[in-house]
Write a protein that binds this ligand. Structure first.
Ligand SMILES: Cc1cc2nc3c(=O)[nH]c(=O)nc-3n(C[C@H](O)[C@H](O)[C@H](O)COP(=O)(O)OP(=O)(O)OC[C@H]3O[C@@H](n4cnc5c(N)ncnc54)[C@H](O)[C@@H]3O)c2cc1C
Length: 406
């Protein structure tokens, strides 16, 4: 391996997803004289979760008030919307309707409204007639909730614009450069060694492994959950607003929903099925044996103990795992989607869900661990795309605080 081909950087960010790119831009702002490098193993940035998500800018009413998710979602939605407007990127402030598919769902509306109130988010209770005006295709029992600030963007164009901005700002974004490990004062990559000052780990599905190289993330492991989508392939009626079910607040997934795409069209999904290895996008392609054994072992233990309702979640998701089942689920929200013709599977996304191995529990909130040499972003799960800009400012404050530590 040749040494020094990549030179050196005061700050090295591992991972060119929305989190790594946002952190790099905020580091650049805070320490304008410092050199910043982003390492991305793929040929371009945003090829994993950041380019394979629903593109929804969430409003911030799902999360309990003491969480980082609650702290950054509302402001993140505003900041990302402003970024899209400034950069001329697609943004649709279409809003979201949360419908009740059974009378018991209405009981959860009070909890969601209370969370919205505490988090300072606009969320309104609407009756059936008002719901039909917002989204005529949706069906609800008795009442619904309406979130006017929920929006949709095109995640890939946001990532591309950020890479362009970073490069224009003097940040070195190295694609096709895989972080392989840590040496004192440097990182090893498949393109040589890079002398590194402060290291920020934003490696998404691989963040737990990078963290362990630096002595962090002990007792934490990433468990990948796959999200599949169905896309409408034939012209049909278009949605005015996103339509979501009432979520199960015990699990960190929002349930199968219908989203309006910013570029037109609509999609149904995602599922949340445990994957067998971190990047298991399609069948057995890209099989990682070591990953498979580690993950299947963890999943088996979670399944047997039913920790965090894992067994129920897995069964429930398995039952949705056909086109017909997914459409049936979606038709509880929007009846006219029934019938399997006119829908095709789109690109899946994989959630980098963290689990606490000792407690055998899914971790709900974003996690940061680090010291004066490195900081590790773990569990950057949904709605991390929405939160990315203010969350990155928080990461930079945390770096600043740690750099000042003796
Ligand atoms: C199905 C699905 C739907 C979602 N929907 C929404 C939504 O509607 N709204 C929302 O706000 N959020 C949503 N999310 C969540 C959001 O997409 C993620 O939280 C966010 O993209 C995480 O960004 P990231 O930068 O941490 O991870 P990633 O985008 O995965 O980026 C990590 C990067 O690190 C790189 N990397 C990993 N290892 C190495 C290495 N060794 N060397 C170099 N590079 C490396 C990877 O190639 C990758 O590009 C969704 C996620 C999924 C999976």
């Amino acid at each position: 391996m040749s040494a020094g081909r990549l030179g050196s950087a005061d700050f090295v960010v591992v991972g060119g997803g929305i989190i790594g790119l946002s952190v790099a831009s905020r580091i650049r702002r805070r320490w304008s004289d410092a050199s910043v490098a982003v390492l991305e193993k793929e040929t371009r940035c945003g090829m994993h979760a950041s380019g394979r998500n629903s593109g929804v800018l969430h409003a911030g009413f799902y999360y309990s008030a003491d969480s980082l998710k609650a702290r950054f979602t509302r402001v993140g939605n505003e900041a990302m919307s402003e970024y899209c407007r400034d950069r001329g990127l697609p943004l649709d402030r279409c809003g979201k309707l949360i419908v009740a598919t059974r009378p018991a769902d209405v009981g959860w509306f009070d909890e969601l409204l209370e969370r919205a109130r505490v988090n300072g988010v606009d969320l309104r209770r609407v009756d059936r007639r008002e719901a039909a005006e917002i989204e005529p295709r949706a069906r609800t029992v008795d009442q619904a909730l309406f979130s006017p600030s929920t929006s949709v963007i095109d995640p890939t164009s946001v990532v591309d614009a950020m890479v362009e901005d970073l490069r224009a700002d003097g940040v070195s974004v190295h694609s096709s450069t895989r972080y392989l490990g840590r040496d004192p004062g440097s990182v090893r990559t498949d393109r040589g060694r890079l002398t590194a000052g402060y290291v920020v780990n934003a490696a998404g599905l691989h963040a737990d492994r990078v963290a362990r190289d630096y002595g962090f993330g002990g007792g934490l492991r990433i468990l990948p959950f796959k999200g599949l989508y169905l896309h409408r392939t034939t012209p049909g009626p278009s949605l005015r607003a996103h339509v979501y079910p009432v979520p199960d607040l015990q699990v960190p997934f929002l349930g199968v929903h219908l989203t309006k795409a910013v570029t037109g069209g609509e999609k149904i999904g995602p599922t949340a099925l445990p994957a067998l290895w971190r990047e298991q996008y399609e069948g057995w392609t890209g099989l990682q044996l070591h990953d498979l054994f580690e993950i299947v072992n963890t999943e088996a233990r979670m399944f047997v103990s039913n920790a965090s309702g894992f067994r129920h979640q897995a069964w429930r998701e398995l039952r949705k795992h056909s086109k017909q089942a997914l459409l049936r689920r979606a038709s509880e929200l929007v009846p006219d989607v029934e019938g399997t013709h006119g829908w095709a599977w789109g690109r899946p996304g994989i959630r980098a869900q963290l689990i606490d191995v000792d407690r055998k529990a899914l971790v709900e909130d974003f996690v940061l661990e680090g010291d004066q040499h490195s900081l590790h972003v773990l569990n950057a799960v949904s709605p991390a795309f929405t939160c990315a800009l203010p969350f990155a400012e928080f990461v930079v404050e945390e770096i600043d605080r740690r750099l000042g530590m003796p």
